[in-house]
Write a protein that binds this ligand. Structure first.
Ligand SMILES: [Zn+2]
Length: 356
């Protein structure tokens, strides 16, 4: 066998080693920790509400097995809290970080674990977005939200019994985050055709499957039903797998996410990530010339509102967000192109799709 000199391609893929999804999955936490702890204590990073939801229980289970555990309750994912979390990890000499929360707590835990090069265990308390199984974290700082490199969790413990207690809008938003893969893929294909960007068919196939599965089963995403949490979480994990294969968030993040990031920057009102992405994917699908009305029907089935007004987002903010969305991540080519959309074009797109 000859190893060709000219073949220099290498891609690194990081996957979670253990995934527990289902009723009372949290009971498996000690086994997962023992497998990943080389030395030191265990740091739980959580929030006040999420501590009550799952943090306390996790603490008790870990305590019972005679492991040393320290818990920090923190706030939103910003630079200040990130520094607090990192000091806490250093002080407690943690060898494993457990992020317990809906998103921001996991983001803080994920970025800290990356900086200390220690394993992260993700324990989501809601299925609100695909960050629970991705190697990136969103951290607020200097007036913007940055998507930064972080660790892929070594394990994910998604306890559906905990997650079903979260408000339904989180589950609907999580489903929308996965459904929107469909426009991210159109953008990726476009970047491949126009810019020669590397494209992974296997990552795209998994991402597309996850999206289509939720589009088809949108009527089964219901409030207070553990089975619905299971359905969405499974596809969030599939989305994470697609990102791990591509070693990038490309299979799940395109122009729809850039619109969401622009809204976050200029004023997203009461909307949460998945809701912003849902609106973004309607706009992206319209611009791609796809079946955007079908997407509207799907989001309506899971109860996602698709008007800027319903979230308190002003008309001018929505227009400005669409005009400049392309600049949120300049190296990522999408249907939005490389220059600002004109005011008229952005207004027209938002009006036709009913977002404003
Ligand atoms: Zn997302």
């Amino acid at each position: 066998m000859i190893c060709a000199m000219e073949f220099e391609k290498i891609r690194t893929m990081h996957f979670p080693r253990d995934i527990f999804v289902g009723h009372n999955a949290i009971e498996n936490i000690t086994g997962v920790i023992r497998k990943n702890l080389r030395a030191g204590s265990i740091a739980i990073i959580t929030g006040n509400n999420t501590y009550e939801l799952a943090g306390r229980r996790a603490e008790e289970i870990i305590h019972d097995s005679k492991l040393e555990v320290f818990t920090l309750r923190t706030g939103e994912a910003n630079m200040e809290n990130l520094e607090r979390v990192k000091s806490f990890i250093a002080e407690t000499k943690a060898g494993v970080v457990v992020g317990i929360g809906g998103g921001t707590k996991i983001d803080l835990a994920k970025k800290s674990a990356f900086d200390f090069d220690i394993p992260l265990i993700s324990v989501p308390t809601s299925a609100s977005h695909d960050g629970i199984a991705s190697p990136r974290a969103s951290i607020k700082g200097n007036g913007s939200v940055a998507s930064v490199e972080a660790v892929m969790p070594v394990a994910i413990i998604a306890d559906t019994c905990v997650m079903v207690k979260a408000p339904f809008k989180f589950l609907a938003a999580g489903a929308a985050d996965v459904i929107s893969n469909i426009t991210a893929l159109l953008d990726w294909q476009l970047a491949n055709r126009l810019k020669g960007e590397e494209f992974s068919s296997s990552a795209a196939a998994i991402s597309e499957y996850a999206s289509k599965e939720l589009i088809e089963k949108a009527h089964m995403i219901l409030p207070g039903v553990e089975e619905s949490v299971w359905l969405v979480t499974k596809q969030i994990l599939a989305s994470g797998t697609a990102m791990a294969i591509a070693s990038s968030s490309r299979p799940a993040s395109g122009s729809e996410h850039m619109f969401a990031h622009a809204l976050e920057l200029y004023g997203a009102g009461s909307s949460i990530h998945g809701e912003q992405v849902a609106m973004g994917s309607i706009l992206a699908m319209y611009l791609h010339g796809g079946e955007w009305k079908k997407l509207v029907k799907t989001y309506e089935k899971i109860g996602i509102s698709l008007t800027a007004k319903s979230y308190g987002i002003s008309r001018s903010t929505a227009i400005k967000s669409l005009m400049t969305a392309h600049s949120m991540r300049k190296e990522r080519y999408t249907i939005l192109g490389e220059t600002d959309l004109s005011y008229d074009a952005a207004e027209r797109t938002l009006e036709i799709t009913g977002i404003i």
